[in-house]
Design a protein around this ligand. Structure first.
Ligand SMILES: [Zn+2]
Length: 526
C-alpha cells in the first residue's frame, strides 16, 4: 500500500518536472499557436582568439538550456579553429546545427563584388568555385555531411549564391536553405522559396535582437519579442521569428573585419590585425543579459527553438512531393488566363504554392503529354526549375500560332527544361521567339481548350508583353543596398545582380508552414 502511494507521488513529481522542462509539448495540446524561433550565429571572426572562447561559451550556454541554434561558420574560421587546436570549441559547436557563411567573408572581392558583372550561369559557377572549398572545409572540420544553410557576409547578396547552394553541399534533407537578414528579396516578412532554396530572409518586423552591451535594452527587447509572438499568433496562427548574433560581439569593441577591410581596403594576411577587446566585466554582463533574454523567449507561450535543418520539414513543398492534381491544374490555367492586367504571379491553390516557374513546368509537361495523345499522369509532380538565365529577346508580333508549330515548340521546351532545369529565356516558334511568359499563357489556353472540348485547339493564342509580378519583390538599386556595408566601397553598386535576381523571381513563392505535429529534427529543441 505504502509503495503504491509512493509511486503516485513520484508520478506526480514526474509530471511536474516534465511540465517545467517541456512546456511546449503541453502548449501544443492546449492549441496555443506555434511560434518557431530560429536563433543563428555568424561565426566569422578568425582574428581575435577570444572570439573562439565566445563561440564555445555561447554554444555551451545554449546546450545547457536544451536549445539548439544554427552556427553559420566561415571557412577560414573553421580552419583557424583547427590550426589553433581548438577541439573544445569545435565539439561545443557540433552540438548545434552547422551552416556556412562564405570562405573568407570580408577579404575582397566579396561575393557581390565578384558577381557584380556576372550573368546567372557563370555567376553560379563562380560562386561555387570561390566558396565551395570553404564549405567543404567547414563540413570536414565540423564533421557534418551537409551544411544546414548559408547566408552572405554583410550585404554581399546575389541570387547566384542562392542557386549554387545545392552544388556546394548546403542542402539539409536535400533542400538548399538560405538563412540571413537583408532586403534584397523577400515575401511578406515570412519564409519563401526562391532560386531553388528555402529562404529565411527579409523577415523585417519578424526579426529582432537585444543589444548585448546595454543594460537598459533588456526590458524593451523582451517586450518586443513577446509582441512579435503575440502578433504572429493572432494574425497567422503562429509563425517564425528570426534572431541573430555574432559570438565575437560578446568580446570585441569593433568588428574584426571593419578594422582590416573597410571600404575596399585589402591588406595582405601578414598585416591583418585583431580588433580591440572588451573587458572581462563587460563580456560577463553581456552573457548574463543574453541568458535572461533566452529564458524570456523560452517562457513565451507556444515558442520553440528550431534550426535551419528543421526548415525543410516545417516548410516542405507539397508541389514537389505530392504534385498538382487535375483540379489544381484547372484552377491554375483559369488564373493564368483570367488574371489581372497582363501579369503572371505565384498562386496559392489548396494550401499549395505554385511559382510561375512551377506553372511553366506543369503546363509544359501537361500539354506535351496531351499533344502526344497520352493521358496525364496525375498528380503531376514538379522537379523545380530555375528562372531564365537572361531576359527575353524581342518578341514575335503575331500572337496566333497554328497548332503544329505550337506543338513542336512545346516538345522542344520540354526537352530544354529536362536537360537545363531552368525556364528558357526564349521559346522558339520557327525562326521567331517569344518570351517564356507569353508562351505560358499559350500553354494554359491550349490546356484549357483540351479540358473543355476534349480536343486540342487548331490555333493557340499567346500572351502579349506579359509581365511577372514577383519581380517587384526584388529591391531597387539604391546606393545603400550594397554600399551600406562598411566593407564595400561606399559607391559600390551592383545593378546587374538585381537584374539577375528579378529573372529568378520566376521561382518565388511563399513557403507554407505545416501545422500540427511537425517536430524539429532532434527532440532537444525547446
Ligand atoms: Zn558576417
Amino acid at each position: 500500500m505504502k509503495s503504491k502511494w509512493l509511486r503516485l507521488v513520484l508520478l506526480a513529481l514526474g509530471f511536474l518536472w516534465a511540465y517545467a522542462r517541456f512546456p511546449v509539448n503541453l502548449h501544443a495540446v492546449e492549441n496555443v499557436p506555434r511560434i518557431d524561433v530560429i536563433l543563428w550565429f555568424y561565426t566569422e571572426d578568425y582574428l581575435l582568439p577570444a572570439s573562439d572562447d565566445a563561440a564555445k561559451r555561447v554554444a555551451d550556454m545554449l546546450t545547457q538550456r536544451n536549445i539548439r541554434a544554427t552556427f553559420k561558420i566561415v571557412g577560414e574560421k573553421a580552419r583557424t579553429l583547427e590550426r589553433r587546436g581548438r577541439r573544445d570549441v569545435i565539439a561545443a559547436l557540433q552540438k548545434h546545427d552547422i551552416g556556412f557563411h562564405s570562405d573568407f567573408h570580408s577579404v575582397h572581392p566579396t561575393p557581390s563584388e565578384y558577381l557584380a558583372d556576372c550573368g546567372f550561369l557563370d555567376g553560379v559557377a563562380e560562386f561555387a568555385r570561390r566558396e565551395g572549398d570553404g564549405a567543404a572545409d567547414v563540413r570536414r572540420i565540423l564533421g557534418v555531411p551537409t551544411l544546414a544553410c548559408y547566408g552572405q557576409p554583410g550585404s554581399s547578396w546575389a541570387a547566384q549564391a542562392v542557386a549554387a547552394l545545392g552544388q556546394i553541399g548546403v542542402a539539409p534533407s536535400g533542400v538548399p536553405c538560405y538563412v540571413d537578414e537583408g532586403t534584397h528579396v523577400g515575401l511578406n516578412q515570412k519564409p519563401f522559396w526562391y532560386a531553388g532554396a528555402l529562404n529565411v530572409y527579409h523577415l523585417g518586423a519578424n526579426y529582432t535582437r537585444m543589444e548585448l552591451h546595454n543594460p537598459a535594452a533588456v526590458g524593451p527587447a523582451k517586450q518586443k519579442v513577446s509582441e512579435i509572438a503575440e502578433r504572429l499568433a493572432r494574425q497567422d496562427g503562429g509563425g517564425l521569428i528570426s534572431i541573430f548574433y555574432h559570438p565575437c560581439e560578446w568580446v570585441h569593441r569593433e568588428f574584426w573585419d571593419g578594422v582590416n577591410f573597410p571600404r575596399g581596403r585589402n591588406p595582405p594576411r601578414e598585416e591583418w590585425k585583431a580588433p580591440p577587446q572588451r573587458s572581462v566585466e563587460e563580456t560577463e554582463a553581456a552573457f548574463e543579459r543574453f541568458g535572461e533574454y533566452l529564458d524570456h523567449i523560452r517562457s513565451i507561450p507556444g515558442a520553440r527553438f528550431v534550426t535551419a535543418s528543421d526548415l525543410p520539414t516545417i516548410y516542405s513543398d507539397s508541389v514537389r512531393t505530392e504534385g498538382a492534381t487535375e483540379r489544381e491544374l484547372d484552377e491554375l490555367a483559369k488564373r493564368i488566363l483570367n488574371g489581372t492586367s497582363n501579369a503572371l504571379n505565384f498562386q496559392l491553390v489548396a494550401k499549395k504554392a505554385f511559382s510561375v516557374a512551377d506553372q511553366f513546368e506543369l503546363f509544359t509537361f501537361a500539354v506535351s503529354d496531351l499533344s502526344a495523345g497520352k493521358k496525364l499522369k496525375l498528380p503531376l509532380i514538379t522537379r523545380g526549375l530555375f528562372g531564365p538565365d537572361h531576359p527575353p529577346s524581342t518578341s514575335k508580333d503575331e500572337r496566333h500560332v497554328g497548332w503544329p508549330a505550337f506543338r513542336d515548340a512545346v516538345v522542344d521546351t520540354r526537352e530544354f527544361i529536362q536537360t537545363q532545369q531552368r525556364v528558357p529565356a526564349n521559346v522558339f516558334i520557327g525562326a521567331e521567339s517569344v518570351s517564356p511568359a507569353d508562351f505560358l499563357v499559350g500553354l494554359a489556353s491550349a490546356y484549357e481548350h483540351e479540358r473543355q472540348s476534349g480536343k486540342l485547339p487548331e490555333q493557340v493564342m499567346l500572351g502579349r508583353n506579359i509581365i511577372l509580378l514577383p519581380e517587384r519583390q526584388v529591391a531597387e538599386d539604391t546606393p545603400g543596398l550594397f554600399g551600406g556595408w562598411v566593407i564595400h566601397k561606399s559607391d559600390f553598386r551592383a545593378p546587374k545582380i538585381l537584374q539577375v535576381a528579378r529573372l529568378q523571381t520566376w521561382t518565388l513563392k511563399p513557403a507554407i508552414r505545416h501545422e500540427g505535429n511537425v517536430k524539429p529534427s532532434r527532440p532537444l529543441n525547446q
